[in-house]
Design a protein around this ligand. Structure first.
Ligand code: BGC
Length: 530
């Protein structure tokens, strides 16, 4: 399978010529090197449901979703897509799509309903569920790719010591992680310690949009919090928890189990609004704050200089020992890419043209507040009235910019010494506002977006990025956190009406299935200028 390198060398430079405004028309599995892995990602709270069954304990998301006003449309994950009961059917869906790897997370409170062994026993039914799922995947030729923590802290630990605000979480998290290695590691060879520490920290403790819903009370909707400090404390504890889990895996399990371990980072891309030094520097500050805050410690052992300068005594410090230990604590880096924005220096954002660009569409992070805390920078998704890309599926701030994945991969390669990468999430959103089902099923924009991302990933690989696989979010629609069920990102539509929960393939599922099972000769990725 795959193209001989001479062909790749002939065809791929096309990308270099047509970098702007390109349109990927033909790409499939055979465009990629042999062994490149494709798959899908989900997380426990977003798909499993069965929230109050078989001894599962509560997590901060169960609590947060119940508070009126927190979730668009008022939903919660009690039933979600009901994967807990439908995993066999879903494994067949994954198989028919041509999936190599399936990334799912393990619900901490399903394994330890009390948060840790200190608070009671392991829940055998929870363990059984994940054993069943793993076995079912393997029997169908799909490799499990497990996320240990995808935002669902057991509520007991939040009550007891404030969850990730306290260093005490590190012991409880690593006990849970070790339990997973011990119990599932004979069959699981790919581990993600933490999903998107930055979103967990900023949305949970900065703007309060996600569980546990903390932020500075002054002007915000939160009951308590400190947006200027807590996100950094939480980020720091997440990194230390990651480091401890990797240490345990490497010292006790890796040699025998022969797996790899990494972390998934939220990694949207940022471009300078202009080529002025002010905007270029502001863009670097934002990248340092969003990505470097996590990736610099992992690769270099410390936070980026600009972050330390700007956050000063609000930023926790790594001891010498921790710095040594965190450096290199990964076998791969997972990158989750969804969108991009322009960045301008804060001091320039009152200029009338710039101001109107910000007002028209303030950028990805906080549509209602385009300023990114602690960066002296402002985001916008348009420049001189022209958008960076089209909005996705009716969500105004969610700008489609597939080229961002290439720019991100280039940056990670150049700045961080070409680490092995899995793109652990890429996805395209559609807002469900009651449009006819047929319109949602005909998701041609999603197909084009995925194709473009594949082409840009290939281009980055051609230029030296070490990308091992690409996972889409996701094979089904699911509970999209504070956006509830109104944001649909699946290749299959899930019919939530009356808990019917049928999975109905969208056009993208049919396209993906064909792209993963190409029947003819290898396909060169072909680009056209629209
Ligand atoms: C998260 C997922 C989420 C996806 C789409 C990512 O930031 O890891 O949990 O569903 O974005 O919104």
């Amino acid at each position: 399978m795959g193209w001989p390198s001479e062909v790749v060398n002939l065809v791929l430079p096309l990308f270099l010529l047509l970098e702007l405004g390109t349109h990927c028309v033909a790409v499939d599995r055979s465009s990629f090197p042999p062994g490149f892995e494709f798959g899908f990602s989900t997380s426990a709270y977003q798909v499993e449901g069965a929230a109050h069954e078989d001894g599962r304990g509560l997590s901060i998301w169960d609590t947060f979703s119940c508070i009126p006003g927190n979730i668009l449309g008022g939903g919660n994950g009690d039933v979600a897509a009901d994967v807990y009961h439908r995993y066999k059917e879903d494994v067949q869906v994954l198989k028919s799509l041509g999936t190599d790897v399936y990334r799912f997370s393990i619900s901490w409170a399903r394994i330890f309903p009390g948060g840790s062994a200190r608070h009671g026993k392991v829940n055998p039914k929870g363990v059984q569920y994940y054993n069943n799922l793993i076995n079912e995947l393997l029997q169908n030729g799909i490799e499990p790719f497990v996320t240990i923590f995808h935002w669902d802290v057991p509520q007991v630990l939040e009550n007891e010591y404030g969850g990730f605000r306290s260093k005490r979480i590190i012991d409880d998290y690593s006990e849970f992680a070790e339990f997973c290695f011990k119990e599932f590691g004979d069959r699981v060879r790919k581990w993600v310690t933490v999903n998107e520490p930055s979103i967990f920290a900023t949305h949970g403790y900065g703007n309060g949009k996600n569980a546990p819903g903390r932020c500075t009370t002054n002007g915000g909707n939160c009951a308590a919090g400190d947006s200027s400090r807590e996100p950094y404390i939480v980020a720091h504890n997440l990194l230390l928890a990651h480091m401890r889990a990797v240490k345990i895996y490497r010292s006790k399990y890796q040699q025998k189990q022969k797996g790899v371990i990494g972390i998934s980072l939220y990694a949207d891309w940022y471009l300078p609004y202009s080529s002025s030094k002010l905007d270029v520097d502001a863009t670097q500050r934002v990248l340092d704050n969003k990505l470097g805050l996590y990736l610099d410690p992992l690769v270099f052992g410390d936070y980026p200089y600009s972050v330390k300068q700007l956050i000063r005594d609000r930023l926790p410090v790594f001891s010498e020992e921790e710095s040594k230990e965190i450096r290199g604590s990964f076998d791969f880096i997972g990158l989750n890419y969804y969108m991009s924005s322009y960045v301008m220096d804060n001091s320039t954002s009152s200029d009338p043209t710039r101001k109107s660009d910000i007002a028209s569409n303030p950028g990805q992070d906080a549509p209602e507040n385009p300023d990114i805390p602690d960066t002296f920078a402002t985001t916008t998704s348009q420049k001189d009235g022209i958008a960076l890309g089209p909005s996705e599926g009716g969500v105004e701030y969610w700008i489609s910019y597939p080229r961002g994945i290439k720019l991100l991969l280039d940056n990670v390669k150049t700045k961080y010494g070409t680490p092995p990468v899995y793109i652990t999430e890429i996805g395209y959103v559609t807002l469900d506002n009651g449009q006819p089902l047929q319109d949602i099923l005909e998701d041609t924009e999603r197909i084009q977006y995925i194709k473009n991302c594949l082409c840009y990933t290939l281009q980055a690989m051609r230029e030296g990025a070490d990308v091992r696989g690409l996972l889409l979010w996701s094979y089904i629609d699911n509970f999209e956190w504070n956006n509830g069920y109104s944001f649909r990102l699946g290749l299959h539509y899930v019919n939530y009406t009356n808990n019917d929960l049928r999975r109905i393939p969208k056009a993208s599922a049919i396209w993906f299935q064909q792209a993963m099972n190409p029947r003819e000769a290898p396909t060169a990725a072909i680009l056209l200028v629209p």
